[in-house]
Design a protein around this ligand. Structure first.
Ligand code: GAR
Length: 197
């Protein structure tokens, strides 16, 4: 079983679907820790509901991004986390974490990258009047939302879509592809470990 560290800042619906995939034996993994930066986020309630260990590392208590990143990184290392999943982590991670977890740090983003990087990706897609958008799981690199793509899924826009209806359909798709992407990367990590042995 691969040891996962999940980073979340918001509702934690993706976090919940990771747990469900594990419980349904669709994903051979365990969540070692949920790390949140926002003490009020709903992801915490999900950790409590499913009895997953969690820790709040509030960036507001830190003097710099680096200080926050180091606290996050220390926690992940302390628990021997093998794969880090940014599941709605609304912070840019620094080079230290990226280098430490090279090819073992992934992110989910609500657009078909490389279109609509950054914040408000769903709104950006609507504003451009694209007819197809979607979601992407990718490796994290220094440049935001730019790492190699692991899995994508397309979501067509409907004429009557509001940001809420579109977001719902994109997130339904995220809940499918994120566990699949985790399984795929976990396989790669296992294979590279075997090769090294
Ligand atoms: C997800 O839709 C994810 O793609 C997005 O935040 C949402 C978190 O939802 N991430 C980003 O926009 C990253 N830039 P959740 O907390 O319910 O999983």
């Amino acid at each position: 079983k691969i040891r996962l560290g999940i980073l979340a800042s918001g509702n934690g619906s993706n976090f919940e679907f990771i747990i469900k995939s594990i419980q349904n034996n669709e994903l051979n993994a365990e969540v070692s820790i949920l790390i949140v930066n926002n003490p009020n986020c709903l992801a915490i309630e999900k950790a409590i509901k499913y009895d997953i260990p969690y820790v709040i590392i509030n960036h507001r208590d830190c003097n710099s991004r680096l200080e926050h990143d180091k606290l996050v990184m220390n926690k992940l290392e302390e628990l021997s986390v093998e794969l880090v999943v940014m599941a709605g982590w609304m912070r840019i991670v620094g080079e230290e974490i990226i280098n430490k977890f090279n090819n073992r740090l992934i992110n989910i983003h609500p657009s078909l990258l490389p279109s609509f990087k950054g914040i408000d990706a769903i709104q950006q897609a609507m504003d451009k009047r694209v007819t197809i958008t979607g979601c992407t799981v990718h490796y994290v690199q220094k440049e935001v939302d730019s790492g190699s793509i692991i899995i994508q899924a397309a979501v067509p826009l409907k004429e009557k879509d509001s940001i809420e209806t579109l977001k719902k359909r994109i997130q339904d798709m995220e809940h499918i592809i994120l566990p699949l992407a985790i399984a795929k990367v976990a396989d790669e990590i296992r294979t590279s470990f075997k090769d090294k042995k």
